[in-house]
Write a protein that binds this ligand. Structure first.
Ligand SMILES: [Zn+2]
Length: 306
């Protein structure tokens, strides 16, 4: 009996599952006192509605995701666009500076050629190869050209500087503006007029106390009385050249002091073997006296007394 009963239940369950025509009934009451309304919905209809709701919901999620993706893409596009704009501007600025640098390099090259010509130097031919006719075409070429130009200009500058130093240390003009009363070479003894002697410099007559100046840049190596010279200043210049300034009434420099051409060494006087106020001016090359007029030929204001 038990087994036939369970078989019956099983058949019933299978029947019910195959023909499920159940409805869901909702009892709706707007308030406690109002009449209860009854709403019956077919189970399949409810399933379909749920499916529609779920599908709509999924569609919305999908839509939201796509919208998000689109927004992200749009933002990315805008940022790439802005970046591109910046790069374009940077590139324009770079091209402008590049063109300007090219122009400057060419200008400096011309200037350095001009300087080299004035300094009577050979200009490095390398630079023409580096710069070329239309100017350097790459940043590397520009950099090389700039470096080469820097070397060239330094070289020219060093050359000119040593030239200037050399020029400055070569005696020029006379230590005082006066009359040359006695030249370089053999002369009659000025004291007793008897016999001849070698006069190793120029005698330049000036008023007592006239400032005596160095005829070139150099180093004072002697500043004290010295026998017949009286108060004497000796200045060493370069290449073994020295100048001597004798018979000074006063010395205003010290041994070891650097002087420039035109700096005062003392004042004219008549100390030592002298017959009146004058400056004995001497130039020596490796301690051999030479005619100062050889150095002073271009000197303005040089007046030789007859
Ligand atoms: Zn003299």
């Amino acid at each position: 009996m038990g087994s036939s009963n369970s078989r019956y239940l099983k058949v019933l369950r299978e029947y019910c599952m195959a023909n499920d025509n159940r409805v869901y009934t909702f009892l709706i009451s707007p308030s406690r006192t109002s009449k209860i309304r009854q709403l019956s919905i077919d189970k399949n209809l409810l399933r379909a509605a749920a499916a529609v709701v779920v599908f709509t919901f999924l569609l919305m999620i999908y839509g939201a995701v796509r919208l998000g993706q689109h927004e992200a893409l749009n933002l990315k596009y805008l940022s790439v666009k802005a970046e591109n704009e910046n790069l374009k501007q940077a590139n324009d600025a770079y091209e402008n500076s590049y063109a300007r640098l090219k122009g400057q390099i060419s200008y400096i090259e011309d200037m350095s050629k001009e300087l080299a010509r004035k300094a009577r130097m050979e200009h490095s031919p390398e630079i023409d190869e580096l710069v070329g006719i239309g100017g350097p075409e790459t940043v590397v070429a520009l950099d090389k050209a700039a470096n080469q130009l820097e070397r060239d200009v330094r070289h020219i500058n060093d050359h000119l500087r040593s030239d200037i130093l050399r020029m400055a240390s070569i005696p020029r003009g006379l230590p005082v503006n006066g009359y040359v009363t006695d030249g370089f070479g053999m002369r009659r003894n000025p004291f007793n007029g008897e016999g001849r002697e070698v006069h190793e410099g120029l005698d330049i007559a000036v008023d007592f106390g006239t400032p005596v100046t160095a005829t070139a840049d150099g180093l004072v190596i002697y500043a004290a009385p010295h026998a017949g010279y009286g108060n004497l200043v000796i200045v060493y210049h370069s290449n073994g050249i020295t100048t001597r300034y004798g018979h000074l009434s006063r010395i205003s420099v010290e041994a070891g002091q650097r002087v420039k051409r035109g700096d005062q060494l003392g004042n004219a006087g008549s100390t030592g073997r002298s017959t009146g106020p004058h400056v004995h001016y001497e130039i020596r090359e490796n301690d051999q006296s030479v005619d100062p007029l050889r150095y002073s030929a271009q000197s303005s204001g040089l007046r030789v007394a007859n």
